[in-house]
Design a protein around this ligand. Structure first.
Ligand SMILES: O=C(O)CCC(=O)C(=O)O
Ligand SMILES: [Fe+2]
Length: 191
């Protein structure tokens, strides 16, 4: 368990949150059984495809970057995982956004998870499965404040407090040979 000491952020990282056998089985099942979709997004008014595949699990719709994702029921394996994560994060969640990064060309650009329906200081619990990728954070106004680390297979990253207000994050592309990676972010959508 690691706490990053960043101003105006609360970040907790546990590199071996899941044992690798369980992490492997969650990866395999989600990789094979999920109806992965590539959503179009609008960037500066131009329509493009997201550089990754996604699926929303849970009971509520989630809107971001001009798209509305309709939820699918959580498979048994995610119900188990959700319980474990709610305990670790000491918080309740009602959606799980799943991202599949097929290779190093798939990525997620700089953003904050600051949609209104997540509330003021959202707790976001992010599980990584499969190939290791770098994660970057940067303070929005004090741009010299940065953090980079690897998100390991079976790890849990919790972003809480004012993190989304003051910091943005990204999962950059890489030229390295990397295995497919699944990321699950558990969030609480408010009514
Ligand atoms: O894939 C990741 O680790 C980051 C995902 C993310 O930032 C998000 O879904 O909002
Ligand atoms: Fe995010």
């Amino acid at each position: 368990m690691q706490q990053f000491d960043l101003p105006q952020a609360k970040l907790i990282y546990d590199s071996d949150f899941l044992n690798s056998e369980f992490a492997n089985s969650v990866f395999e099942e989600l990789y094979n059984e999920t109806n992965w979709i590539q959503e179009p997004i609008k960037i500066f008014g131009k329509e493009m495809m997201q550089p990754r595949l996604t699926n929303l699990f849970g009971k509520k719709s989630y809107s971001y970057s001009n798209i509305v994702m309709k939820p699918n029921p959580l498979p048994e394996v995610l119900l188990q995982l959700e319980e474990k994560i709610e305990e670790a994060a000491d918080s309740k969640f009602n959606v799980c956004l799943a991202n599949l990064y097929r290779d190093g060309r798939d990525s997620m650009g700089w953003h904050s998870d600051d949609e209104k329906e997540l509330g003021k200081n959202p707790i976001i619990a992010s599980v990584s499965l499969g190939g290791e990728r770098m994660f970057h954070l940067q303070h929005k106004t004090k741009k010299e404040l940065k953090q980079k680390f690897v998100l390991a297979h079976g790890s849990l990253l919790i972003m809480a407090g004012e993190t989304q207000h003051y910091w943005k994050h990204q999962l950059p592309k890489t030229k390295k040979q990397v295995s497919p990676r699944i990321n699950l972010t558990f969030r609480q959508i408010l009514d």
